[in-house]
Design a protein around this ligand. Sequence first.
Ligand SMILES: CC1=C(CCC(=O)O)c2cc3nc(cc4[nH]c(cc5[nH]c(cc1n2)c(C)c5CCC(=O)O)c(CCC(=O)O)c4C)C(CCC(=O)O)=C3C
Ligand SMILES: [Fe+2]
Length: 375
Amino acid sequence: MPDALDATPYDALLLLSFGGPEGPDDVVPFLENVTRGRGIPKERLKEVGQHYFLFGGVSPINDQNRALLAALRKDFAEHGLDLPVYWGNRNWAPYLTDTLRDMVRDGRRRILVLATSAYASYSGCRQYRENLAEALATLEQEGLEPPRVDKLRHYFNHPGFVEPMTDGVIEALADLPEDVRDGAHLAFTTHSIPTSAADTSGPVEQHGDGGAYVRQHLDVARLIADAVRERTGVDHPWQLVYQSRSGAPHIPWLEPDICDHLQECHAAGVPAVVMAPIGFVSDHMEVKYDLDTEARAKAEELGLPVRRSATVGADPRFAAAIRDLVVERAAVARGQDVTPCALGTLGPSHHVCPVGCCPARQARPAAAGADSPYA
Ligand SMILES: CC1=C(CCC(=O)O)c2cc3nc(cc4[nH]c(cc5[nH]c(cc1n2)c(C)c5CCC(=O)O)c(CCC(=O)O)c4C)C(CCC(=O)O)=C3C
Ligand SMILES: [Fe+2]
């Protein structure tokens, strides 16, 4: 047994995720939870409901979170990090508020939060912080004293996140027929968001021109492309493209879409494409449907060989990265000096979201940031 790692002052880690339906009857109420007050056209909702029904009404996200929970608990136990791990979701059971209530009843007072989104953006960061504030307010109304919650920094450029994805791209390339392999382009994909949300993602000084969201993805894409070149000796052209666009058609979202990009690659004579979903921590429905079903069908129609590389999921290197971030953040909370680990050009992200980070269209209270109404 190695020396015990120190998580004080924290007494628990909360895995905070999106949630997803676990059967056909869950699909419509889940979508209602997701889209409450978000102005998604009815047609789009019907369409997304069909994606879930195609998979028996079951989102892959819950089992992936169960696997990640198990990987975290195993890693913590093996490394002497004595920190219980809980799980709560924004949009489906186990609901965040219920989990937080359990945590308070278990006596947890200082909680670290790991969100299953690696990058800055309203949807990937502040919205989770708003959900935390709502849950804390509910506990307060119930007469419970709200615990203090802090969120782990963005981990997009942590080696434990980047390296499994690099391996995934190399494996996907190796799976392509040899005659098209060396000419393959890499299409790094992430969730499209409104350009207005991208431009205001991250701290205020990073706003404009796609904001922290686009810059962080470009850094990860470049890191992976460089590592692939070093390891295979082949320089694969690459581009960051988008998927899973929602919202009203007249509102600009990040482009190009992966399907349009495949079309363009085909027209330009590109022999093959590896789609690398760097924007997703695990094989969410967006990966299973938008890439593995829709984009693959598009590629087949074009006669373009494609492969999709693996997401990080419950890779032990990712669990180890989370342990590293927990220990780092605990040291910061104790006032100690740390050397945060980060690859690429952007450096490690802030520990605490500053005021004005990833603003919402309508301001709402958000916990775990400099503007939190809670301690
Ligand atoms: C940046 C981002 C992430 C990555 C960060 C993170 O992981 O948090 C993410 C994750 C996810 N999004 C998910 C599902 C959905 N997202 C929707 C809608 C939207 N997503 C948006 C952005 C993002 N979403 C946006 C700007 C909208 C428009 C509405 C709004 O402004 O809020 C809708 C409504 C229907 C539709 O319009 O598509 C659904 C059903 C699931 C679960 C998948 C599963 O079941 O495996 C996951 C992990
Ligand atoms: Fe989404």
